[in-house]
Design a protein. Structure first.
Length: 159
């Protein structure tokens, strides 16, 4: 089974999608295998270590590595903001690089309505898409208005 991916409209060589967190514990390897079958080459998790433990995702990096998928973790508190613009921008650059190499990057948080869309909007902006259009594209992909918190929308608009 392939976990639900929400592809974001982007005129680039590769692809970008947002996703809710994978099912954890005994399901995790199946979820990662589904990503691999879907062509995912980079996963960016925005979950915190406490969420990883709670959701049974402490082995996500190892499962991705075993499947040949690069894994990056940038922990952001639920309904929160990145602690560092520099760290955030470095992850945005990593995602842009993957998409430019014809890869498929997936950003995920718990439900894909706050932190993952925040990163996806920033990636679109790095491709030159204006903030309003970038937000509309990610919202259309996800099927709800994102990012979830006004503070997140303001933060990404200012960056």
């Amino acid at each position: 089974m392939t976990p639900p991916l929400f592809p974001v409209a982007l005129d680039a060589l590769g692809r970008l999608a947002v996703a809710a967190r994978p099912r954890g514990h005994d399901w995790l390897s199946d979820e990662v295998a589904g990503w691999k079958r879907a062509g995912v080459t980079l996963v960016v998790s925005l979950l915190t270590p406490d969420e990883d433990t709670e959701l049974g995702l402490t082995a996500e990096a190892a499962e991705c590595a075993a499947a040949g998928i690069e894994f990056v973790n940038l922990p952001i508190p639920d309904r929160g903001l990145p602690r560092s613009r520099t760290e955030f921008d470095a992850v945005v650059s990593r995602v842009v690089g993957e998409v430019n190499r014809d890869g498929m990057a997936v950003t995920h948080c718990r439900q894909s309505v706050g932190r993952a869309p925040l990163l996806a909007v920033a990636v679109l902006k790095a491709f030159g898409v204006p903030t309003e259009d970038a937000t509309a594209r990610v919202s259309a992909a996800r099927g709800v208005r994102v990012p979830e918190m006004n503070e997140q929308a303001e933060w990404v608009a200012g960056g």
